[in-house]
Design a protein around this ligand. Sequence first.
Ligand code: SOE
Length: 380
Amino acid sequence: MKKLRIGLIGYGFMGRAHSNAYRKVGNFFDFEHECVLQAACARDAAKAKDFARRWGYQSVETDWRKLILRDDIDLVDICVPNNLHAEIAIAAAKAGKMILCEKPLSMNTPEGRKMVAAVEKAKVPNMVWYNYRRVPAVTLAKQLIDEGRLGKIFHYRAKFLQDWTISADLPQGGAGLWRLDVKAAGSGVTGDLLAHCIDTALWLNGGIEKVNAMTETFIKQRKHTLTGKVEKVGIDDACAFLARFNNGSLATFESTRYARGHKALYTFEINGEHASIFWDLHDLHRLQYFDHRDQSIVRGWRSIHVSDGDQPYMNHWWVPGLQIGYEHSFVHQVADFIQGLESGKPAGPTFREALETQQVCDAVLKSAKSQRWEKVARAK
Ligand code: SOE
């Protein structure tokens, strides 16, 4: 088998999710390539060693610059805070490595453009971890839309609600909490949560023409973990926006970390001329489907339990009726990446495709400031 030797940078939540995917993919999918956990990289040597031992990485680095120059690394996986994505990705592309980068692609569009230019110049395979596309029920939604079952699409409605930052005592900065520090994250819920909703929406319903947004920062100051000082909070705690898609459909998007009782309530609903679909991350193996063409006496919302072998990805897992979960979306993403390598048809979202999500996020943040409709810049 051909070896795909992975160098993973970062050891947080996503470092674990990705490592689990590399370990599992060969057990459930057949490829010419085999993932080899070659090196784990983190600044803290003890933490890097512990992470490497737990997940089976063969070696440890404490400097990502060394990691990307190693001859025995084929693929660099970037699982560090957003402010480090661009520098690492551009250097890794120059070193000729394949790159898988955690979402969002970058801090902003100009940075994202440089990353796209770097991977395209170096002609290295690349992808961004927008994992929710690979939840089988979401992939089934894509299949139903592409088959034309919904007909003309009128409405797209998405939200991503959490409640973990309501306490004013929660600091900003440092492990996990870098998501609250604008210097590390670039933005708040827009880049962290709405980026997922936007990626799925662009994939399912095509490009967005313009947006009109509002944002709010409910807690204005928080202690910074790294400096120990109380500092201004620069992220958006909540964001809601209206959008018009290029296909004429209208959309609403909402995200917050202040929706008490909701932990990761990512939902979307799409209403078409003939049919509607609804999906909910808290019930991720189900797709709700309503088809107006059904005979009227039995017409109604169907709750499709996506677990059958002829539904997306499911022939790789158990037997019909036995569902899979969140971590499998990452396994599918690695599987699709390898499939892309072997077939010559790269899996998305590539850096270029993920740049479009970045452009929508930037237009949303611009509109929240200008209080006007803002056009989404076209990818260049
Ligand atoms: C934030 O809580 C977070 O972990 C995001 O960073 C992830 O991208 C999202 O999938 C779940 O929520």
